[in-house]
Ligand binder design. Structure first.
Ligand code: XMP
Length: 508
């Protein structure tokens, strides 16, 4: 299979580069910068991309490649650090700049280059760098400049080496995808022959080979990612897959039965554990958000371990997880964890006895996972669903979690979902939550002193920042009217219009 290899120098957008290339129907994967020359010489590799990275290439211990890579005869595109390193290892000079350049800049293409063919001479691109190339070695020429960055792009056409100081892979570089496409097709000569089906089949084969005649245990949350892993493994190893679905009583209305129905009809062993009472008991009287998260995480692990112990003796198990690429970025950078302790299966303790991990989706983005889910025949109700946090409604109920409050939030949420669906509005994430406010109202002829529901809907690409969705007033009005009429114990509905930051998407 033809592919483009992305060599990882530690930048933020590495997987995004591979993903953009896959979007062009050419297979691409990220490998460490230390990958051996021998493996890079493989004829199926049509070209190589060097990613950005946080280091300075002139530092003695900076990540580098064997310079013989430039003589492999493969086209190379260096991006940011990758461009600096390639310039530096080929006789150029790189220096720190006095102030880090960050944001959109206009560059002027001032030399013909196959990387820019057919593009306007002025291009708006995204820069993020603290070092800059100040001179190029023999055989190299500048192809684009900006007012602050004289060597914004360069090439050595004879050796098919290309460098760009900016990031073509991010959306802020308006024609970045065109440039990647020129590299992949015109320069590397790759053909648009890769299909997600191929990826799926490879992953099925890999899982089958890894698991061999052993067993695999998959924690199913009802979310897209673990559902896709379960469906994929079911294809790979059939009955040797066991899924454990823990109903912690903090799921959306109807969700538990939907998961049981979908996976119950597949050719796999599904253990559905009704652990509602146990979770409610553990959460009784607890109001601190972090404590709630920790308790939910611990209870989950205890239930999961108990199921695992019951299975011991039936064989040796691998553990399958629905980890996807953004989860790894978040844990790597620790950003999410410092704000909220995210709960997921990745938190399973080491003493759970498994042969190893199976994470077939670990390099994919959410929309790629959804594509695989559709290919695997999962219903749209599972594949198309919005993200739902592991601790579930527990973090959408400010204050104490009680069965009554769970019921109220489930009902309110179902109404909000219905009204948005009727209006054809589909924010990135939307839900009802319970505030910790009780307030005075009037219901019928009497006074009420009841809960306030918060409606939340946000638009976001990456869920790291988000803005409140502008829902038409009539839709909010209808949802609010139905909630106060139909949901017991609620007499007020508020719409949360704050952005993230400074808010977060969930209430806790
Ligand atoms: P916040 O509230 O941090 O949420 O703005 C960002 C995204 O992460 C989801 N989220 C979680 N997902 N376990 C998860 O699996 C968690 O503990 C968790 N906390 C938040 C949230 O729903 C949103 O999509």
């Amino acid at each position: 299979m033809e592919k483009i290899i992305v060599l990882d120098f530690g930048g933020q957008y590495n997987q995004l580069i591979a993903r953009r290339i896959r979007d062009l129907s050419v297979y691409s994967e990220v490998l460490p910068f230390s990958t051996s020359l021998d493996s890079l010489a493989d004829p199926s590799i049509k070209g190589i991309v060097f990613t950005g990275g946080p280091r300075s290439c002139y530092e003695a211990d900076s990540p580098r490649v064997d310079p013989r890579i430039y003589d492999l005869g493969k086209p190379i595109l260096g991006i940011c650090y990758g461009a600096q390193l390639m310039a530096f290892q080929n006789g150029g000079e790189v220096q720190p700049i006095s102030e880090r350049e960050y944001g959109n800049r206009e560059i002027q293409i001032n030399h013909t280059s196959p990387l820019f063919s057919g593009l306007e001479p002025k291009q708006n691109v995204f820069m993020s760098h603290g070092d800059q190339i100040v001179s190029l070695g023999k055989g190299f020429e500048v192809t684009a400049s900006s007012s602050t960055c004289p060597i914004a792009a360069y090439q050595n056409e004879k050796k098919r080496l290309y460098g760009v100081q900016f990031h073509p892979e991010v959306e802020h570089s308006l024609h970045g995808q065109d440039m990647l496409s020129r590299f992949v097709f015109d320069i590397c000569g790759a053909s648009a022959s890769w299909r997600p089906e191929d990826f799926l089949n490879t992953k099925i084969e890999e899982a089958r080979a890894l698991i061999g005649n052993k067993q695999v245990l998959c924690a199913l949350s009802g979310g897209v990612d673990s559902a896709v892993v379960a469906a994929l493994l079911s294809k790979a190893v059939g009955k040797r897959l066991t899924c454990v679905f823990v109903d912690h009583g903090l799921l959306r209305k109807g969700e538990a039965s939907q998961v049981k129905e979908t996976f119950g009809s597949m050719d796999l062993r599904l253990i559905a554990v009704d652990a509602k009472e146990r979770f409610y008991a553990a959460l009784k009287g607890v109001t601190d958000p972090e404590r709630k998260r920790k308790i939910i995480g611990k209870e989950f692990i205890d239930v999961f371990s108990a199921e695992e112990r019951k299975l011991q003796g039936t064989g040796d198990f691998y553990l399958a997880q629905g980890t996807i690429y953004p989860d790894r970025i978040e844990s790597g950078l620790g950003i999410a964890a410092t704000i909220k302790s995210h709960h997921n299966v990745g938190g399973l303790p080491k003493d759970l006895d498994f042969l190893g991990l199976v994470e077939p989706l670990k390099d994919l983005f959410k929309d790629e996972v959804r594509k695989l889910g559709r290919l695997l025949g999962l219903p749209e109700s599972i594949v198309g669903r919005q993200p739902f946090p592991g601790p579930g409604l527990g973090i959408r109920i400010v204050g104490e979690v009680t069965p009554d409050r769970v019921k109220a939030v489930q009902e309110a949420d179902a109404i909000f979902q219905e009204e948005l669906a009727k209006a054809g509005i589909r924010p990135s994430q939307y839900f009802a939550a319970l505030s910790n406010m009780r307030s005075v109202g009037v219901k019928g002829d009497g006074r009420s002193y009841e809960e306030a529901v918060v409606l939340r809907a946000v638009d976001t690409d990456d869920f790291m920042t988000a803005s409140a969705t502008e829902i038409p007033y009539e839709v909010l009005f209808l949802a609010a009217r139905r909630i106060v009429n139909e949901v017991h114990g609620v007499n007020r509905v508020l719409y949360d219009i704050t952005s993230k930051p400074p808010s977060t998407i969930e209430l806790e």
